[in-house]
Design a protein around this ligand. Structure first.
Ligand code: CTP
Length: 403
């Protein structure tokens, strides 16, 4: 999934021939999952029609402070537009609009939006070779860079004038790649490896029966999705679960038993930065797995159970620099039990959820947690969607990464 997914991008188009590429650019942004709002300078309408851009972006296109066709002449608030955007992208950026940005001249809606924006700004200049080489242009690009705006360099090649050289707007595909790579680097978990366990484990009794539990895997999958959206490279080791992972970047490994889960965790744990063990691992497994289906008899059946490996405690012993987080699902004496587990398993955090809380625990889409840290800080959170719970957990972890 692209980092642009769900992002609000205000595309500022100025009047150059490269504006003919903007329908393709909008298509790619929308395909990446971004919401696109186009604001164009009035003269841009000579190069590309607002109707085309509005159709592709699925939003009306703005070019002036008032909607001319509207008899009530509604006001397009430059401030609202600027504050709506997560990112401003100027493509193509002409020499004229570049100069206005460098000088702060707000003589059209797009420039007023620019001056009101607080979000990161990207600019992809496009102009003829000699205009691009002109010292004023170079100086204005440097001014924009000094404002911490990000420069998307133009390509070299044949220009609309027939001249050959530098000045062609970067191709839409290249702009998308540039944006994705640049945004990824700003994400708080960029470059971090995250290992997550999720779901139940099934411990075989015979070829058709198992010991399991009601865990759905929702909490662990939410953690994996949030970690990936924060830029981490994620390995999710998940027991039998019907929950799908949306982000194709997540390395999902499906396992069945506690032993499979442990085997799958062992190698990645060595190089991981953060491990969150949210799986509801079976504590016991049948000492012997019958090779044939156990037949029904009139007498009672006894199955000898033996403990499974405690994955979290084992990783706690092997821990070097990893941040290790466990879950504790308790039904009584919650806080004390969770604190004991935190110590016993050598964790940095334990996430406590109580089955006494309505809407918390297995199967629900919501959870209500308390996060206890190794230095005994206790934070209570209200009942929330599991995705928001996952975000709260990562806020604590990211704080610790930066401590
Ligand atoms: N866990 C694990 N391997 C096990 C059992 C538990 O990795 N064999 C992990 C869980 O993923 C969770 C934490 O340990 O992060 C606590 O699990 P929980 O079932 O609450 O605790 P247990 O250690 O099993 O203790 P008890 O069942 O007695 O509460």
């Amino acid at each position: 999934m692209s980092v642009l997914s769900g992002k609000k991008i205000l595309l500022g188009i100025s009047a150059g021939i490269a504006a003919y590429k903007t329908p393709f650019l909008i298509r790619l942004l929308v395909k990446a999952g971004a919401e696109v709002q186009v604001v164009m300078t009035p003269a841009t309408k000579d190069f590309v029609t607002p109707l085309t851009l509005a159709t592709l972006s699925k939003k009306p296109v703005f070019s002036s402070f008032f909607n001319e066709d509207d008899e009530n002449a509604t006001w397009n608030s430059h401030v609202d537009l600027a504050l709506w955007a997560d990112y401003l992208l100027f493509a193509p950026l002409t020499a004229n609009t570049l100069a206005k940005m460098a000088q702060g001249i707000a003589d059209n809606l797009l420039m007023a939006v620019y001056l009101s924006a607080k979000c990161p700004i990207y600019f992809a200049p496009a102009m003829d070779l000699d205009m691009y080489k002109h010292p004023t242009t170079k100086k204005n690009i440097d001014i924009l860079k000094s404002f911490k705006h990000t420069f998307i360099p133009p390509d070299k090649g044949e220009l609309a004038s027939g001249l050959i050289g530098e000045g062609r707007m970067a191709e839409p595909e290249a702009i998308i790649k540039f944006l994705e790579q640049s945004i990824e680097k700003t994400l708080p978990l960029f470059g971090k490896k995250v290992l997550i366990t999720a779901g139940p484990t099934y411990e075989a009794i015979d070829p058709v029966r198992f010991i399991g539990n009601h865990s759905s895997g929702k909490m662990g999958v939410a953690l994996a999705e949030v970690a990936a959206s924060l830029g981490a490279s994620v390995t999710l080791i998940i027991g039998p679960s019907a929950i799908h992972t949306k982000n194709p970047q997540i390395n999902r490994i499906d396992v069945v038993s506690a032993n499979d889960m442990f085997q799958a965790c062992s190698m990645p744990f060595k190089t991981t930065d953060i491990a969150i063990l949210a799986a509801a691992v079976a504590d016991y497994k049948p000492a012997q797995v019958a090779t044939q289906k156990i037949k029904k008899k009139d007498t009672s059946l006894h199955i000898d159970l033996t403990p499974t490996i405690d994955i979290l405690a084992t990783l706690g012993q092997q821990k070097t620099n990893q941040i290790l987080v466990g879950f504790a699902l308790e039904t009584e004496n919650e806080l004390q039990n969770a604190k004991d587990k935190l110590k016993r398993k050598n964790l940095d955090f334990i996430v406590l959820n109580s089955l006494q809380d309505k809407g918390a625990g297995f199967k629900a889409d919501t959870n209500k947690i308390t996060i206890i840290s190794a230095n005994n800080k206790i934070k209570n959170f209200p009942l929330k969607e599991k995705e928001l719970v996952a975000k709260d957990i990562f806020i604590e972890i990211i704080d610790k990464c930066h401590a």
